[in-house]
Design a protein around this ligand. Structure first.
Ligand code: FAD
Ligand code: DLZ
Ligand code: SF4
Length: 510
């Protein structure tokens, strides 16, 4: 046995300041990275997501090795690869005979369970260090959550603002308000074309991974072609800088807007980089704050952007680890319907869904309001089984890791947690999509009709949803308005919409 340490780095832990690398002794220690089939297929990840993770791992390993660190990088096509984390850790222990193993807390419950078994399996001490790359530690979140009946993001966010000093003027929020969301709901005016994000042409290393992924995972939804995500810290920073320069100023105004043929709008496209460790969340927040202080972007944009990262991103991670594993099991609305085929690119007459799914297939990306108010809203209204829709979101987005994907889907989009995250379901009819997008103009359906051959499915499904859950929502003051409207509606119209909904739902494949 050597006196060295085996330091494990997972595919979403590609940060120079990673906890598992603290105290690294280049003379004795070995850093282990493992490309394993099991992680590529536990849900059928989009090929571009697999390319992102594997290529970024290879670039990270190369950069570490260039600094004189001993790196053991197990490749996917290594003939001896056992294709599981556990199997590869055991093989690496046999190769290097370390005195102990050091890892960083992973981003998934499933992986933590596995990691906690490494010590017994390897017969060596395994230290799992807290992941210090987040702005709120898990004990800090727990202290905030303890004893609360409801975990509202807004209150958490204010504490984080105070603690970090971001956008603060002494003890007060900059500009006098904590949250400028009410100014961030404009639709995209005709003629305004969002500047496209920068694309990163694949280098030779990425192209090699693309070929490997195409060969092995070609049957998954999506394609490696068109891969353009940053795979190094340098490119991740370049992507952030391009956003700050070209899109931040209007990010706030059009944060909730959707437009046909505009897959990225004024969004930042930094979630992949943040989630795999190429970009530091505090660096992104400080850079946005600096743009505001220098007069390059208005407060509603900068506060909106910082809230997503300092607020939502940290909050959902806290919720995940505070409430797992039970959180994933909830099904508060008793939803059991299988996922319709159009989520995987099958035909649909609903243009909003078709646009969101097509760009998801092409880019492994959809922006927040598409995920929440189009595909998420549909799953909520139609009563898609939580396990099926959760697995879909985890598979199809390049930025999807369970700690962030699950609360957003299970809690925010489909309300399967019964209101832990959101005080009311984000249910909306076609009127919302019509107001926030130009999708309806070219659609076979009419967002103003709720019955009849051209009725928008979001309309009759919305009222069917409200009627179906009327008793459940009766005690919720935030649902009082739709319930009152339903009660005042002509009973024959309600019956016709519910019949339409039943017919439509019965016709779905899945
Ligand atoms: P921007 O809109 O430019 O926002 C900037 C950053 O803020 C994002 O990069 C992200 O890091 C953070 N952020 C914004 N909203 C959220 C949020 N609700 N939760 C956590 N962080 C947020 N985000 C993921 O990173 N991974 C996921 O798997 C994921 N799944 C989602 C599933 C559903 C159903 C919904 C409604 C949202 C999901 N989100 C997820 C949140 C959000 O949609 C994405 O973070 C965002 O679309 C990423 O694109 P962007 O970088 O252009 O974001
Ligand atoms: C998502 C993913 C994929 C596709 N492949 C790998 C891999 O080969 N090796 C690896 O270390 N991680 C991979 N990941 C990320 C993991 O599935 C998992 O989400 C995180 O490690 C949890 O922290
Ligand atoms: Fe979607 Fe309905 Fe609008 Fe068609 S009419 S795009 S289905 S909201």
């Amino acid at each position: 046995m050597s006196d060295g340490v085996l330091r494990v780095v997972l595919g979403d832990q590609l940060s120079r300041n990673l906890a598992a690398l603290e105290g690294l002794d280049p003379a004795r220690d070995v850093v282990l990275l493992m490309e394993v089939q099991g992680e590529c297929t536990y849900v059928p990840h989009h090929p571009q997501k697999i390319v992102l993770v594997l290529s970024a791992m290879r670039h990270f390993a190369r950069a570490l090795a260039a600094r004189g660190v001993k790196v053991d990088h197990v490749r996917l096509d290594d003939p001896d690869n056992t294709q599981s984390f556990r199997g590869e850790v055991l093989r690496a222990v046999a190769r290097h005979r370390p005195a102990r193993i050091v890892a960083t807390h992973p981003g998934e419950w499933r992986v933590l369970q596995d990691m906690q078994g490494w010590e017994a399996a390897a017969g060596l001490p395994v230290e799992i260090r807290e992941d210090g790359r987040f702005l709120c530690s898990l004990p800090r979140f727990r202290a905030w959550a303890q004893g609360r009946k409801q975990y509202r993001m807004e209150f958490f966010y204010r504490e984080m603002r105070r603690e970090t000093g971001l956008l603060m003027a002494g003890d007060e929020p900059a500009g006098g308000k904590w949250n400028y969301d009410s100014e961030n709901r404009a639709a995209l005016p005709k003629g305004l074309v969002p500047p496209p994000p920068v694309r990163f042409a694949p280098d030779a290393m990425t192209r090699e991974v693309m070929a490997l992924v195409a060969e092995r995972f070609g049957a998954h939804f999506g394609d490696v072609e068109g891969f353009a995500w940053p795979v190094t810290a340098q490119d991740a920073r370049a992507a952030l800088d391009a956003f700050l320069r070209d899109r931040l100023a209007l990010f706030g105004d059009y944060q909730d807007a959707m437009a046909a043929g505009q897959p990225t709008m004024f969004h930042a496209l930094v979630s992949t980089s943040l989630n795999i460790g190429l970009l530091d969340p505090m660096e992104a927040c400080r850079a946005a704050e600096e743009a505001w202080r220098a007069g390059r972007a208005p407060l509603n944009a900068v506060e909106g952007f910082i809230r997503q990262i300092l607020g939502w991103r940290e909050y959902v991670r806290g919720i995940y680890w505070h409430l797992m594993p039970g959180y994933a099991e909830g099904n508060a609305l008793d939803a059991t319907r299988p996922l319709p085929g159009f989520y995987w690119g099958g035909p649909t007459t609903m243009r909003c869904i078709e646009q969101a799914v097509a760009q998801t297939r092409d880019l492994a990306y959809a922006h927040h309001i598409q995920r929440l108010m189009v595909t998420g809203n549909f799953a909520l209204l139609a009563g898609i089984a939580p396990a099926e829709i959760n697995a879909w979101y985890l598979a199809v987005y390049a930025d999807a890791f369970e700690w962030v994907e699950l609360p957003n889907t299970h809690g925010m989009a489909i309300h399967a947690d019964g209101g832990v995250m959101a005080s009311k379901p984000y249910a909306a009819s076609g009127a919302y999509i019509n107001r926030m997008s130009d999708y309806c103009g070219g659609c076979a359906h009419d967002p103003k009709q709720a019955v009849g051959p051209r009725a928008c499915p979001f309309n009759f499904l919305y009222w069917d949803f409200i009627a179906r859950h009327a008793a459940r929502f009766a005690g919720n003051p935030r649902m009082a308005m739709p319930l009152r409207t339903l009660a005042k509606m002509d009973a024959r119209k309600v019956a016709a919409m519910r019949q339409e909904a039943a017919r439509f739902l019965d016709s779905l494949d899945g």
